[in-house]
Design a protein around this ligand. Structure first.
Ligand SMILES: NC(=O)c1ccc[n+]([C@@H]2O[C@H](COP(=O)([O-])OP(=O)(O)OC[C@H]3O[C@@H](n4cnc5c(N)ncnc54)[C@H](O)[C@@H]3O)[C@@H](O)[C@H]2O)c1
Length: 338
């Protein structure tokens, strides 16, 4: 008998997780379980909107029970045991995390608890239930400040700059232990600066778009806009996830990024051109937690996952801006109806 696939997506109400669930359901690859605790790192209402969108797009799947939404915490081991007992989970895409770099400096313990201990809970159950494939969302932040450009997976990554990066690097290493001890198939995807519709409000693209419609908003511009980031459009990132979920590879770490870093000043100009507005800016010295560049060598992803990012920053920002305008209009009109 062919076992049908059951995908557990942790952090499924968040930015990238909600896109992944959308694609998994669209492709009809199997049953999908969304697990998220809707935490208040940013407004839970945004996460609720993401989930409502999924519910309306995939109503039939909700009704036939092949799309299940669970509000719960990856640190609640008893709940996880119930979920694994009840559903024959075959694949895990683990995205639940505290994902902000700067805020990790003031809440290090919380980051350890969720990003490290929470990951350990999932690894333990994944090993006990002998799941087929575990894909973990790690980050380019693990590279820290390095002279090795572009960033390549063989780098030691032994000098993370922030608690966030350290918790992700530690979780990557713990995942290796579970591969070694239990033969669990684990693919670590190191994501580079993901942006797109439903983007996180604490990240630069959404902040810049907000600043272009709200004159009270000022953007901190680090190092005169000289810092560079390898912005990667969310649809391309999801291609990487889908491919990684389909192919158990033992233990692999794979960069998922565009491979085209651009200066912050250029990124800002793109958004000013789209909005036709000058954004209010404040020059700032770069924070200790921020590397001067992120730059992805994606040749391993191209080879193992057939990864081929298709969206240029210009094109990706245009799509994001279009989404933002619709979304912003909705938010403003719902404010008005108070
Ligand atoms: N956005 C990026 O540029 C980027 C870059 C590199 C890595 N990542 C990683 O990708 C993943 C998704 O990031 P995102 O940008 O979509 O962030 P996000 O904050 O939008 O999504 C994370 C989700 O996890 C949920 N969550 C947090 N703690 C939880 C817990 N204890 N139990 C259950 N759910 C919990 C949150 O409610 C949220 O919905 C994260 O692991 C992040 O570290 C993101």
């Amino acid at each position: 008998m062919v076992k049908s696939n059951v995908y557990l997506v942790t952090g499924g109400a968040g930015f990238i997780g909600s896109h992944l669930i959308d694609r998994l359901l669209e492709l009809n690859l199997g049953n999908v379980i969304l697990l998220d605790n809707f935490n208040d790192y940013y407004s839970p209402l945004i996460k609720q909107r993401n989930v409502s969108l999924l519910e309306s797009r995939h109503r039939d799947r909700l009704f036939d029970g092949s799309f299940i939404i669970i509000r719960g915490d990856i640190n609640d081991l008893e709940l996880l045991k119930i979920i694994f007992n009840k559903y024959n989970i075959t694949h895990i895409a683990h995205l639940a995390a505290l994902a902000g770099v700067r805020s990790s400096t003031s809440q290090t313990g919380k980051y350890m608890e969720i990003n490290y201990n929470g990951t350990q809970n999932l690894l333990e159950l994944a090993a006990s239930y002998k799941i087929t494939q575990f894909v973990f969302a790690s980050t380019s932040s693990v590279y820290g400040q390095t002279d090795i450009l572009p960033f390549i997976e063989t780098d030691s990554c032994s000098k993370p700059l922030s608690p966030y990066a350290a918790t992700k690097r530690a979780a990557e290493m713990l995942a290796y232990v579970y591969n070694n001890m239990h033969g669990l198939n684990i693919t670590i995807l190191r994501l580079f600066n993901v942006y797109g519709p439903r983007g996180r409000p604490d990240m630069m693209p959404m902040k810049l778009m907000q600043a272009s419609v709200d004159r009270t908003y000022t953007i901190d511009v680090f190092d005169n806009g000289e810092i560079k980031r390898d912005w990667t459009y969310v649809d391309d990132v999801i291609d990487g996830f889908i491919s990684a979920l389909k192919q158990p590879l033992g233990y692999e770490i794979i960069n998922i990024g565009c491979g085209n870093p651009i200066k912050l000043s250029t990124f800002i100009e793109h958004i000013e051109n789209l909005s036709g507005e000058d954004i209010s800016k404040r020059p700032m010295k770069s924070h200790k937690t921020e590397p001067s560049i992120t730059y992805c060598d994606n040749s391993k992803a191209r080879k193992l996952l057939n990864f081929s990012p298709k969206t240029s920053v210009r094109e990706g920002l245009e799509k994001t801006w279009n989404w933002f305008q619709e979304e912003y209009a909705v938010l403003v009109s719902s404010d008005d109806s108070d």
